[in-house]
Write a protein that binds this ligand. Sequence first.
Ligand code: FAD
Length: 312
Amino acid sequence: MERIAIIGAGLCGLRCAEVLQNAGLEVQLFDKSRGVGGRLATRRHQHWRFDHGCPSLHGDQDEWQQLIGGYPRWDTARAKGTQHLPSLGINQLAKDLGAALRVQRDCLIESIEQTGDDWLVRDQHGAEFDSFNHVVMTLPPLQALTLLARLTTPLRSHLQAVSMAPSWVMMWVAPTQLFDAAEHYPEQSFIQRISAEHSKPDRGLPDGEYAYVLEASAAWSSHHEEADKDTIEEAFTKELSRLFGNKPARLHSAVHRWRYAHTRTPMGKPFALDPTIGLSIAGDWCLGQGAGGAYRSGTALAHQLLEDSATG
Ligand SMILES: Cc1cc2nc3c(=O)[nH]c(=O)nc-3n(C[C@H](O)[C@H](O)[C@H](O)COP(=O)(O)OP(=O)(O)OC[C@H]3O[C@@H](n4cnc5c(N)ncnc54)[C@H](O)[C@@H]3O)c2cc1C
């Protein structure tokens, strides 16, 4: 039986694994984090929940729409279509997808190596996992390139052509409401989007508590990529005062940097595969369409691998 290693248990890796496993292949996922989902992330603090990566899901592709349509609807004024997300937080979708899959967590893959016809992958503690016929990499392009440093493969030039943009976000809980809507897109501000977490399905908060996630633009985040958290928090707070008047009171705040948040230059096709060595790359950066693109990339690669294993 084909044995496949998938590095990265974000949406793309999970979806790829799901299709392959449903077709009877043996799949092992590896992720450096304690949980699954990557940028489909939900952070908890006390009783507050923040989707501090991707804030919600929308899309019109058949299978993707069917999957997200099974979760509650979040009514926003956005023209792009209906938004959906699990009540417990966006990360729940990844947990649901991962429930039937084998995922090795806390496992930062530091090297991949060919041993005869097979692959061996090694984590940060030196633990080795071997006998894989194929390795799928769904990590950010720069990190994937590092793993390919010693290999001769055209996948390297595909990865070199891709670029990603960072994003600083701030999680904020206030005793007063900043605006009366699900989302707000400030004009002429480095804050490009504010999501009202308390307006999400089944996430109502007690009176006097309003939870928000504020996302900075890619340009501002790139410019301040290496700034320390205190500086970023101060800049966000100052901007909130400018946008909403006075210094808004806070019950809680925290900032987070996503070094690879959004695709700046996509690869231009759903995946790339090097059949000569049994290695492939996938991720949202292939098509550059956010979460829907990650799902499409993982699906397309899985179907290609199944076709190859049927004919090969
Ligand atoms: C702030 C923000 C806002 C966003 N807004 C939207 C939006 O409005 N709409 C939308 O559609 N999308 C949005 N997105 C993008 C969306 O979250 C992503 O497109 C999607 O989640 C990417 O999935 P992925 O599986 O390709 O990558 P990821 O989720 O990044 O998964 C990659 C995984 O690889 C793991 N990994 C990395 N290196 C290693 C290693 N060496 N070993 C093992 N594991 C490793 C990581 O831990 C991670 O789990 C947003 C993202 C952010 C951060």
